[in-house]
Design a binder for this molecule. Structure first.
Ligand SMILES: Cc1cc2nc3c(=O)[nH]c(=O)nc-3n(C[C@H](O)[C@H](O)[C@H](O)COP(=O)(O)OP(=O)(O)OC[C@H]3O[C@@H](n4cnc5c(N)ncnc54)[C@H](O)[C@@H]3O)c2cc1C
Length: 433
């Protein structure tokens, strides 16, 4: 299918809904490359709390089995190293993959193809193959997001703290902005182009806008899914040891997770086994996955199911074991992101609604692209995005390959019971969707 060419024009006013990685990066790149364009960013909260981009810290790596994402991540990493807006928040401590799902081998092969060779070798774990890349690391999430937010304001972006209730339809069915709720009042923000960067909330926004228009709906292209995280404290006398740790990815049958070395006296862990929250949508008359409405169920808190707490505790236990005694989990979080079927982004004009662009489907791996993803969204807006990327990120596409297959959700949060260990290879998965 040909990518939509509806964007070969230059809007004078743009409203971007969502101030996460996709929204802020787009706003900044748009103002910098087209200072004549009037750009407004709307988010229900300054500081992105509850959005996937908001976090203690995030992994920054170019280790991808997909060579396209490896190339994009290498480009982004160069900005993390050199751009004064981001460089203070980047820590290149290296990353160790202890896994038997082929990420390390495929990434190593990709690096070799492009003439680079990270260190690699066997480490002291029982993973089939261990891969170490000293050029990977992590970023301070709130700090980096705040820095880009400020840069966007400095570049002339207007920020409005409000909740988008519906996209604003024009009489011909196209989009002419968004209806927001601000201080209890509804108001219309009219714009030539609307860019939806609402992450996990995208399916709900589309459904709330026009439930009767099937062709407008997200329909599985960007599914709200979460993974459980935690932060943990450790005895001060262990800090020296911990500060030498790399980022760690564990992908073995008994442990699916990641850990990031200390930042502000806290370790962070993710458990990578994701889940949905299927919820009845009145207008659609059917269930779609929607993040829970309570803020405590998308931010760090104690408001997380016991089974999920146990799943992430399993990562903590199997990461450091007895090597670092005294690690105490402090807070938990369900982090909600939009996931596409093959974890490729969606960056495209909506084929059935003019003047509307959707940019997202972070698919659990997009934070690292904060410095650069907006450049590609702007290229799509202006109709200059390279055709292979336009096809890869199209609204309608074949969804071939997989950028990070392990993140695909296969269960619903309502069915998660006490954690009894993950199934061994070949065993039936004990949880139903
Ligand atoms: C557990 C977990 C760990 C991850 N770890 C990493 C990592 O280490 N490295 C990495 O590269 N990536 C990681 N990711 C992926 C990354 O965090 C996301 O892909 C990325 O942040 C998504 O950005 P976004 O802009 O699409 O969405 P978000 O950051 O969720 O932003 C969407 C914004 O839209 C706003 N919004 C939504 N609806 C409305 C509305 N109706 N009105 C107003 N505002 C609205 C929200 O408030 C939010 O600020 C991880 C994801 C998860 C879930």
């Amino acid at each position: 299918m040909e990518p939509s060419t509806a964007g070969k024009r230059h809007p004078a006013t743009v409203v971007i809904i969502g101030a996460g990685v996709f929204g802020l990066s787009t706003a900044l790149h748009l103002r910098k490359s087209h200072p004549d364009v009037d750009v407004t960013v709307v988010d229900r909260m300054r500081g992105n709390r509850g959005g996937a981009s908001s976090d203690h810290n995030k992994i920054i790596r170019a280790d991808y089995p997909d060579p396209v994402y490896m190339g994009l991540a290498i480009e982004a990493q160069e900005c993390w190293r050199k751009d004064p807006m981001l460089q203070p928040y980047y820590h290149e401590c290296g990353m160790l993959f202890a896994e038997d799902i082929n990420i390390g081998r495929a990434s190593y092969a990709n690096y070799k193809k492009i003439g680079q060779e990270p260190l690699s070798g066997r480490a002291d774990t029982d993973a089939e193959y261990n891969y170490y890349n000293p050029h990977s690391g992590w970023g301070e999430a709130e700090e980096a997001m705040a820095s880009v937010f400020q840069a966007a304001l400095d570049a002339g972006v207007t920020f409005t703290e409000a909740t988008a209730r519906k996209l604003l339809p024009a009489p011909d069915g196209s989009c002419q902005g968004v209806t927001v709720q601000k201080d209890g009042e509804l108001q219309d923000l009219v714009a030539d182009l609307t860019v939806v960067c609402t992450g996990a909330y995208t399916a709900k926004l589309q459904a709330d806008t026009a439930p009767e228009r099937d062709e407008l709906q997200v329909a599985g292209r960007m599914v709200a899914a979460a993974a459980v995280q935690c932060t943990a404290t450790y005895p001060p006398d262990q800090e020296e040891k911990l500060l030498q740790a790399p980022v760690h990815f564990i992908g073995m049958w008994h442990t699916h997770g990641e850990s990031i070395p200390p930042f502000k006296g806290r370790l962070k862990f993710n458990c990578e086994v994701s889940f949905l929250n299927m919820t009845y949508h009145e207008g659609l008359g059917k269930e779609i996955s929607i993040p829970p409405a309570e803020q405590s169920q998308s931010t760090f808190s104690q408001d997380v199911l016991d089974g999920l707490k146990q799943e992430v505790a399993n990562v903590v236990r199997n990461k450091y074991g007895n090597y670092v005694p005294g690690i105490q989990i402090e807070n938990y979080r369900m982090c909600w992101d939009a996931v596409s079927p093959n974890q490729d982004f969606v960056i495209d004009y909506h084929p059935h609604c003019n003047n509307l662009i959707i940019a997202g489907a972070g698919s659990f791996h997009s934070w690292k692209f904060l410095p650069t993803i907006g450049k590609y969204v702007v290229q799509r807006i202006m109709g200059t995005l390279d055709e292979p990327l336009a096809r890869k990120w199209a609204w309608d596409r074949e969804n071939v390959g997989a950028a990070c297959e392990m993140y695909i959700p296969t269960r619903d949060v309502k069915n998660i019971g006490p954690f009894q260990g993950w199934p061994r290879p070949g065993e039936l998965v004990p949880v139903a969707q």
